[in-house]
Design a protein around this ligand. Structure first.
Ligand code: ADP
Ligand code: ADP
Length: 229
């Protein structure tokens, strides 16, 4: 059975057809890389999976829960799906640690002490535990993005969505973020990554999907995909 299923999904922005009949089944633990030109709908597609955008036609099911109008279902799905954005989206007035414990405490009602333990564990895994009491503005872009990954992991999601996580980084920081993502992939998490990092795709993707004008126009295993003329 699929962890994520999109069937006949359409989305319009006004008259602009942003997603045009998307059909996509993703298995538990599968790693999918989505690429394609700017404006082809990649970001819209993954934002529909955790309902940051609402689709207008078709069905989206995440972990057996169908995303519909029911807000409780949206909440249930968001608890299982972590998301990392291009621009980190950390709260600037909260410390790194506070950023990480916020959702576990308020969404999952986790006791503060336990939330801190889990957060410190993940900050250690992304190799920045010593920055826990600093503010996002005191960290490099690469460090902030690793915090954003740790923060998402603190919710213990089944699925991680990445929307161009390295595009806003200085070149020398790209590798440290990609290394963190490779480690996650090896942990067996289901991952969907919008990225232009084809080295990363080759290394971890089970499947590469190419989008153009709101449609999935090609897909295949990385070997097969990159061998095409
Ligand atoms: P990609 O991630 O592939 O660059 P997006 O999914 O961000 O593409 O956008 C697909 C198209 O939809 C683009 O033409 C973009 O301008 C348009 N679009 C995205 N978000 C909105 C929005 N909130 N309102 C109107 N148009 C949008
Ligand atoms: P990306 O492709 O990296 O997602 P974009 O520049 O396409 O970034 O979009 C950045 C933000 O602006 C997104 O939240 C998107 O929904 C919104 N957006 C994009 N295009 C439009 C548009 N034509 N009208 C309104 N909002 C838009």
């Amino acid at each position: 059975t699929s962890e994520i299923a999109l069937r006949g999904v359409h989305k319009w922005y006004g008259r602009y057809h942003a997603l045009d009949d998307i059909n996509l089944l993703i298995a538990p633990r599968e790693k999918v890389v989505i690429c394609g030109p700017s404006g082809s709908g990649k970001s819209t597609l993954i934002r529909c999976i955790n309902r940051l955008e609402a689709h207008e036609q078709g069905d989206i099911t995440v972990g057996g829960v169908e995303l519909g109008e029911d807000d409780r279902k949206v909440d249930a799905v968001r608890r299982e799906v972590g998301m990392v954005f291009q621009q980190f989206n950390l709260f600037p007035h909260l410390t790194i640690l506070e950023n990480c414990i916020l959702a576990p405490m308020w969404v999952k009602k986790m006791p503060r002490k336990q939330a801190i333990e889990i957060a410190m564990d993940y900050l250690g895994r992304v190799r920045i535990p010593e920055q826990a009491n600093k503010y996002p503005g005191q960290l490099s872009g690469g460090q902030q993005q690793r915090v954003a990954i740790a923060r998402a992991l603190c919710m213990n999601p089944k699925v991680m969505l990445f929307d161009e996580p390295t595009s806003a980084l200085d070149p020398e920081m790209v590798k440290e973020v990609l290394d963190t993502m490779v480690a996650l992939a090896n942990d067996g998490m289901t991952m969907i990554c919008v990225t232009h990092e084809m080295g990363f795709a080759r290394q971890v993707a089970d499947r590469v999907i190419f989008m153009d004008r709101g449609r999935i126009v090609e897909e295949g295993e990385p070997e097969e995909f990159f061998a095409r003329p």
